[in-house]
Design a binder for this molecule. Structure first.
Ligand code: KIV
Ligand code: NA
Length: 285
């Protein structure tokens, strides 16, 4: 294909080059991510909050999500597309989950991998089983551990994970190892102390992609609206906000509005179309 394959990503991981990943939610953001040559593009269910204004990812419907996946996949470029399994698309049963997973894979040939959030292997046996079923059917899975936003209620909030007790640390490590064993090709580690994420990464032979997990992971992922300051408000402390698009955008809009109000826009000649003088005179007469 004209875009990165899992093997390309794997080769980069083996060569020790950090992997870059960023979310995208529609054609325009996906075009930017591709144009910047980001290794991986995630259609994250975070779009529920960033693009659609919901207050969590839980209320997002699969139909709404599919509409965004399709839009993202229409953008051309090399970034490998990974798609989230939203809340409610697999929790009701393995066969429902497989059906939804296959439906998402079928949306577009660019959809290369799914991403599935999973709790600790001792408590979330169901998600472990579901992931194993996907992997055994040749559906590539990027697992997501640590802070898993779809489980915000059972976690009791958006809190750092893998730092509370020895048991929690051991379970996080063990979960990562199990996920590798059952066939995941990579793992997202979210909001985990950098020592834990680095240790887990050093013990695995598949790439880890960190978010709020320090610099010891094989790669990084950020939410595009945080990274580019698209909402202008405060972002989590682990985000490297490189530009403030909200400021740039509202500034540009204010300039436009002022130019309309003071009639400096549109300019009489450059922003308009012409009609031949003789035709115009004929029209008037
Ligand atoms: O939905 C999302 O944006 C994610 C990333 C934060 C990893 O799952
Ligand atoms: Na997500």
């Amino acid at each position: 294909p004209k875009y990165n394959t899992i093997q390309d990503i794997r080769n980069k991981y083996i060569s020790g080059t950090p992997l870059s990943m960023c979310t995208a939610y529609d054609f325009i953001t996906a075009s930017w991510v591709n144009k910047a040559n980001c290794d991986l593009l995630l259609v994250g269910d975070s779009l529920a909050m960033t693009s659609l204004g919901y207050d969590s990812t839980i209320t997002l419907s699969l139909d709404e999500f599919k509409y965004h996946v399709n839009s993202v996949c229409r953008a051309e470029g090399s970034s490998m597309v990974v798609v989230d399994m939203p809340f409610g698309t697999f929790e009701s049963g393995i066969s429902d989950g497989l059906k939804n997973a296959i439906d998402i894979m079928k949306l577009h040939s660019k959809v290369t991998s799914l991403k599935v959030e999973v709790g600790s292997y001792t408590k979330d046996k169901y998600a472990m089983k579901f992931i194993e079923e996907l992997c055994s059917r040749g559906i590539p899975v990027m697992a997501h551990i640590g802070l898993t936003p779809q489980k915000v209620h059972s976690l009791g909030g958006y809190k750092v994970q893998g730092n509370k007790s020895l048991l929690q640390m051991q379970e996080l490590f063990e979960t990562a190892k199990q996920l590798q064993k059952i066939g995941c090709w990579s793992i997202v580690i979210e909001c985990v102390p950098h020592k834990m994420a680095g240790f887990i990464t050093s013990k695995l032979s598949i790439p880890t992609i960190g978010i709020g997990a320090g610099n010891g992971t094989s790669g990084q992922v950020l939410v595009i609206s945080d990274l580019l300051g698209m909402q202008g408000d405060s972002v989590p402390k682990f985000v490297n906000q490189t530009v403030n698009m909200a400021d740039i955008a509202t500034g540009g809009l204010k300039e436009y509005i002022a130019s309309v109000v003071d009639r400096t826009f549109p300019e009489r000649d450059s922003h308009t179309f012409k009609v031949k003088e003789d035709l115009w005179n004929e029209f008037l007469s």
